[in-house]
Design a protein. Structure first.
Length: 491
């Protein structure tokens, strides 16, 4: 329930509360929302895992997580204590139906109270946990469930999860999280496109040459080898984050800023993606795996050594050239690129416009660079428009490309909320707009599966690249064959 002051009464249950995601992201995000005054005095957090802890022991773990993951300037001893007092720990095995009676007894707030079940655990548990919640009578009208990615590892397993979860909760109360959609810049992309008259008239094949979506990480598998080696970059990043970003760039204007209107338009984009065939997988994709190298001058081992399997063929780098078969985008490729152990941590969308049709300035042809709009998600969220400008001073008409910057940090002073803060409060509010609907997830898998099948049919190992480089040379070859280049960071 929302109070007139703007704060909320609710119970939030974190399944997997002692795990990495909970301690690194969820607990800090909830602390920040509490510090911002959005948690009513009776809001409670129930931390659930199998390990045995008292309330006090888990509160100490939570305090440690805050110290590690919240900047010291944003930690206030009084607020930390008020937040810690909201937390209760319950040791239970999520796959044992009998254990849920204790959870039901703890959630004593009555049918009108908002209850959020956050499943920060492996997807193989999702169906069983939701069925156990329903059997214990916990799928009440104000209960919502949050599912972390990945939703399955292929279409069939995603459908099985959606079916099982759907038996316990109606679709409007299932929140499939993709934290990229909670990032300020990603929401700003919608503002840019639909709150300004400027861009929409040029947002099509007549003016846009191509689009690049890059999510580059410096890190390796970081203790998640077991999960990652089963998944790989295509399942871990392209199927969800990069395709969601592509949808926001490519979608038609929704008729209203409502959850289903926005998600209907994203779904149409996913359905319009040209399916890859065994043959086009060879020409439209590159997959790579890092070998030992150095990132930021620090030597790092290769992927196979990190996961301790020298025969592993899991990809840690992918490029896919995607085509959206619509009137607006026919002939405009969307290049999706993601990888681990790359030289920079950088996530961005680049909309590359066409060159000017006729050049009137003499002697500047080699300096001419077509306009590009760069939407930076991390680090330093912001948007920049790269334009040709005159170099100041005498000496004739010399031209150079220069960025017009809109840095959110400069324009909107104050701290930037983490995506999880926004998304958690959207769940409490019951607003699923920034969450993936079941049909979106399944459509994304439908497009990704032939790529997996194509790779398997080819039987080639991923192409090696040195840690600290921008992936295998074939990734550069793929875009250069089309007469284009990857955007370089110009900040
Ligand atoms: N970590 C990330 O950055 C990240 C990012 C995006 C998505 N995800 C997804 O989020 C989920 C959680 O990831 P994670 O990295 O936090 O995993 P993790 O560190 O391995 O934590 C798993 C948690 O689940 C608990 N758990 C395991 N089996 C249980 C059971 N039968 N009953 C109750 N609790 C159980 C564990 O505690 P006990 O062993 O004590 O039970 C632990 O708290 C995964 O699906 C992952 O793919 C993670």
């Amino acid at each position: 329930m929302r109070h007139p002051s703007g704060s909320f009464s609710f119970d939030l249950v974190i399944f997997g509360a002692t795990g990495d995601l909970s301690l690194r992201k969820l607990i800090p995000a909830l602390y920040q929302r509490d510090a911002a005054g959005q948690l009513e005095s009776d809001a409670r957090i129930f931390a659930v895992a199998r390990a045995s802890h008292s309330d006090d022991e888990f509160r100490a773990i939570a305090r440690g997580a805050l110290q590690e993951h919240v900047p010291a300037a944003e930690l206030n001893a009084e607020q930390v204590e008020r937040f810690a007092a909201r937390i209760h720990y319950l040791s239970l095995d999520a796959s044992h139906a009998g254990d849920y009676q204790r959870l039901a007894a703890a959630l004593d707030g009555g049918p009108e109270r908002i209850v959020v079940f956050y499943l920060a655990m492996a997807p193989r548990f999702f169906g069983a946990v939701c069925q156990n919640l329903a059997a214990a009578g916990l799928n009440r009208p104000e209960a919502r469930v949050v599912l972390e990615k990945p939703i399955g590892q292929d279409l069939a397993s995603a459908q099985a999860i959606n079916r099982a979860v759907g038996h316990a909760f109606p679709e409007e109360r299932i929140f499939r999280i993709d934290h990229y959609l909670g990032k300020e810049t990603v929401q700003n992309l919608m503002a840019l496109r639909f709150a300004n008259a400027l861009f929409e008239p040029i947002w099509h094949r007549g003016v846009v040459d191509h689009v690049q979506v890059t999510v580059a990480e410096k890190i390796g598998v970081e203790g998640r080898a077991g999960y990652y080696d089963q998944a790989g970059a295509l399942r871990d990043m392209i199927q969800n984050h990069l395709l969601q970003l592509l949808c926001l760039v490519a979608m038609e204007p929704p008729n209203a800023f409502s959850a289903d209107a926005v998600r209907d338009e994203k779904l149409k984009v996913l359905q319009a993606l040209r399916p890859l065939t065994e043959r086009s997988v060879a020409t439209h994709t590159v997959r790579g795996q890092y070998r030992a190298g150095a990132v930021d001058g620090v030597a790092v081992p290769g992927y196979a050594e990190e996961v301790e399997d020298h025969a592993t063929t899991t990809e840690t780098f992918v490029v896919v050239k995607a085509d959206v078969e619509t009137w607006r985008w026919a002939g405009v490729p969307f290049y999706l690129r993601t990888g681990k152990r790359l030289p920079q941590r950088r996530s961005e969308i680049v909309v590359q416009f066409r060159p000017v049709p006729h050049l009137i300035f003499p002697g500047v042809a080699s300096e001419m660079v077509p306009n590009r709009l760069v939407i930076r998600l991390q680090p330093d969220e912001g948007i920049s428009l790269h334009m040709m400008t005159k170099v100041p001073g005498p000496g004739g008409m010399r031209l150079r490309q220069a960025p017009l910057n809109l840095s959110f940090a400069d324009t909107f002073r104050g701290r930037q909320a983490d995506a999880y803060e926004r998304l958690l409060m959207d769940v409490v509010r019951g607003n699923p707009m920034l969450f993936m609907r079941n049909d979106e997830v399944e459509s994304a898998w439908r497009w990704v599966e032939p790529i997996l099948a194509g790779w398997q049919a080819q039987g080639d190992a991923p192409k090696p690249y040195t840690a600290g480089s921008w992936g295998p040379s074939a990734a550069i070859g793929l875009i250069e064959r089309d007469g284009r280049t990857w955007h370089e960071d110009m900040r």
